[in-house]
Design a protein around this ligand. Structure first.
Ligand code: GAL
Length: 333
């Protein structure tokens, strides 16, 4: 009788999933010192609670190190990989490794070439459409110049700008740069680039570069376009050191990401606008997808919730963030 009861209890617990083997997902973050990615790592870790065990590596911006980390994750028999490559051109090589093991591989943040994703039916990219973030930051600027005619300081109908780019070759650096100017042009402004340089996504480097721009162009600069918030904050540091943001000395600066310090700068009035790079939903979608695929399920509108474009891409939308939008939402993104 006792044995029958034990067996019944075991069957009941099993049906409840209590004995279901926990999935293990291997994660590589390209560089944990990156402000946006370190926060996305936290989002992944907190969302994984109770869903999957994560093994997370910091690849320290070194693709060779990441390749070794992936080998070691495969030796640990992880059920899926979530990879943020240091070099997105390495995706094909990483996909091949996952394919040999038959496990899903989900790329985040750094978009692989479509031809690499096509190599394997369980290879996906969860990210955001870089051109959309460029366009949204340009719209914030266009609205500003339309509602502040005095912002065209020399009144020549042309917006003289400087630009701080992200890392060369990164889809977000290339497309944000390209698309940020279009809304200004559609609003009827001509645009003139005074100078651009890469700040490699970093605040300190951007501060130095902005210092150089200011020495060369001074008050001829009419706005500062930055591919991310860290660089926008660096530009603001340099502008503050040159006397901006006190009295009437103002400079419109836009970034992308909507990190916590950027939202503070927005509230204080130094950052004109940013664009939410929704790391939280990117992390959740990447993990949901990894779990579904490693259970052998097909992601659908019902069990996953996001459409899958061209069989391999999941797009999480960007959103504009300005002080007005924040206060309309009660302070949060
Ligand atoms: C971008 C983000 C940057 C930086 C970069 C790293 O999406 O806007 O701040 O984190 O990814 O790949």
């Amino acid at each position: 009788m006792k044995r029958i009861l034990c067996l019944a209890l075991a069957l009941f617990l099993c049906a409840q999933g209590a004995f279901a083997a926990e999935l293990t997902v291997g994660v590589c973050i390209y560089d944990n010192t990156d402000a946006f990615m370190s926060s996305m790592r936290l989002d992944l870790e907190s969302y994984a609670q109770g869903k999957a065990k994560l093994i997370v590596y910091d690849s320290m911006n070194d693709q060779n190190l990441q390749n070794d980390q992936v080998d070691s994750l495969l030796r640990e028999n992880v059920d899926a990989l979530i990879l943020n490559p240091a070099d997105r051109m390495a995706a094909g090589y990483l996909i091949e490794k996952a394919k040999q093991r038959g496990i899903p591989v989900i790329f985040i943040n750094r978009e692989p070439m479509p031809e690499d994703l096509l190599l394997y039916e369980k290879a996906y990219y969860v990210g955001a459409d870089a051109s959309q973030s460029g366009r949204l930051s340009g719209e914030i600027l266009a609205d500003y110049f339309l509602s502040h005619p005095e912002a065209d300081k020399n009144g020549d109908g042309t917006v003289q700008y400087v630009l701080l780019r992200g890392e060369p070759g990164h889809q977000d650096a290339e497309l944000r740069t390209q698309y940020a100017l279009k809304p200004l042009q559609s609003a009827g402004f001509r645009v003139e680039k005074l100078q651009e340089d890469t700040g490699m996504w970093q605040r300190q480097l951007a501060q130095d570069k902005m210092g150089t721009f200011l020495s060369a162009w001074g008050d001829r600069i009419e706005c500062v376009i930055c591919n991310n918030d860290e660089m926008a904050l660096g530009a603001i540091d340099a502008l503050k050191a040159a006397g901006y943001f006190t009295g009437s000395a103002y400079m419109p600066v836009v970034g992308v990401d909507a990190t916590a310090p950027a939202l503070e700068a927005l509230q204080q009035g130094s950052l004109l606008g940013t664009v939410l790079n929704d790391g939280k939903n990117q992390a959740q979608a990447a993990l949901d997808l990894a779990i579904l695929l490693s259970r052998g399920e097909t992601p659908t509108a019902q069990n996953f919730g996001y459409p899958i474009t061209n069989g391999h891409f999941v797009w999480i939308p960007y959103r504009s963030v300005t002080r007005e939008i924040l206060s309309a939402q009660g302070g949060g993104t």
